[in-house]
Write a protein that binds this ligand. Structure first.
Ligand SMILES: C[S@@+](CC[C@H](N)C(=O)[O-])C[C@H]1O[C@@H](n2cnc3c(N)ncnc32)[C@H](O)[C@@H]1O
Length: 390
């Protein structure tokens, strides 16, 4: 990830704008003064830069949680801050001219708000979860030019690699998203998707709650798939296959096709690796037969503010509140000039959302954007509003 090592951190005046980068405020970790967050906005991208004190130097990089859509915007924010604060840069891996990457990002890399507000519905849609090297995804997009492909990944270098291929091969029917696919599924309109590919997901034998395939993932898949639409799982892990089979078959009226060592048109990077090791490849394809109801989620993310107490809220740091089907965990606390900020995770156990929350005397707001409007997030939000008001 792009970063600068600097001799020492120097603060600036907030808010201010330089070279189209807005610097809005500074938040200091209430428990570890050596960690600070700088709020920046470049074009429509709002995110934090993270400052960390290290032995005899400081590190300035992007905050993972606020995940800006554009890597070019991160480069620009880092370099602009360094010049504005006249930082003494010791080492840097930030290119000084990354405009070309930006062109690819603007066209193909979308943020979650894009899908939440205007999911493209004018063409057949296929989704690949965890596309890795992108070999299968690119092959599919090139061979099906009339279908829109959406590739979802949480590994940034894989996304950048595929963005380059999109530019080189001039692919115009492929959108990428840097996001947890399990949450993404909840905002896709019903009965839209032709195919969902989950190829060689991480088996997570020791942390099964991190698996992509789960009861709720299958439920959402059934909702978003068209009649005759397919969810295609390929795995080299016999254990993951057995777990997935059990999870699929627990649904009433399920059509499953099971294959072992089926050859498909393109072998992914992981598939090649497992084949070389002579491992078996298991295929589970679920075919959806039923039309689903339209997606409708009632509720909002407004907060009550009648009884806010800063000290009590700061004390929530490192506590967890569990309730039926969900939880809220207060991970970190920050102090701002006239407000406080909490870093929280909340929602369902297998698809938690990670966010910041800014609490001032007059208002409480998620930052930089609202949680996804999902059943579990709306429920967790209600609980959160109650907890904050004592
Ligand atoms: C073992 S790799 C397989 C990559 C590719 N499908 C292949 O066959 O070569 C699994 C990929 O899934 C991604 N991944 C894991 N959990 C994810 C999630 N919840 N949402 C999106 N991507 C995820 C990982 O970053 C990783 O790149």
């Amino acid at each position: 990830m792009p970063h600068l090592h600097i001799k020492e951190f120097k603060d600036i005046e907030y808010p201010q704008i330089k070279d189209d980068v807005e610097f809005n405020f500074l938040a200091t970790n209430a428990n570890h003064k050596d960690e600070k967050l700088i709020s920046v906005k470049v074009e429509d991208d709002s995110f934090f830069l993270l400052v960390k004190e290290e032995e005899s130097r400081h590190l300035l990089k992007t905050d993972k949680l606020t995940r800006p859509a554009s890597i070019y915007n991160v480069h620009k924010a880092l370099l602009t801050y360094a010049s504005l604060a006249e930082l003494d840069v010791l080492t840097s891996n930030v290119p000084t001219n990354s405009k070309n990457i930006h062109l690819e990002e603007v066209n193909a890399l979308k943020n979650i708000e894009y899908f939440a507000s205007s999911f493209p519905t004018d063409r057949d849609v296929r989704i690949e979860v965890g596309f890795g090297s992108g070999r299968h995804l690119i092959h599919q997009a090139v061979n099906n030019p009339d279908i829109l492909f959406v590739g979802i990944e949480i590994h940034r270098p894989s996304i950048e690699q595929v963005l380059k291929q999109i530019a080189i091969q001039e692919i115009d029917n492929l959108l990428l998203l840097d996001y947890d696919a399990r949450l993404f599924m909840e905002l896709v309109p019903s009965n839209l998707v032709d195919k969902i590919y989950v190829h060689f997901p991480v088996p997570w034998d020791k942390k099964p709650h991190r698996r992509v395939i789960s009861t709720s993932f299958i439920e959402e898949s059934r909702r978003i798939l068209k009649v005759e639409g397919r969810l295609e799982l390929r795995t080299d892990s016999e254990n993951y296959y057995a777990y997935s089979y059990e999870t699929f078959i627990a649904f009433n009226k399920t059509i499953l096709h099971i294959n072992k060592n089926r050859e498909i048109a393109i072998s992914s990077k992981y598939e090649d690796r497992w084949k070389k090791m002579q491992k078996n490849i298991y295929d589970v394809t679920m075919i959806n037969e039923e039309e689903s109801e339209d997606l409708s989620l009632q509720g909002n993310f407004n907060f009550k503010t009648d009884n806010l107490d800063f000290d009590k809220i700061l004390n929530l740091h490192k506590t967890t509140q569990k309730f039926e089907n969900g939880f809220i965990h207060f991970e970190r606390a920050y102090k701002l000039e006239e407000a406080i900020m909490m870093r929280i995770s909340m929602g369902s156990f297998d698809r938690p959302e990670h966010l910041y929350l800014i609490v001032s005397k007059e208002a409480v707001a998620y930052f930089p954007s609202l949680p996804l409007k999902s059943k579990s997030n709306l429920l967790a939000h209600q609980k959160l509003s109650e907890i904050l008001n004592g």
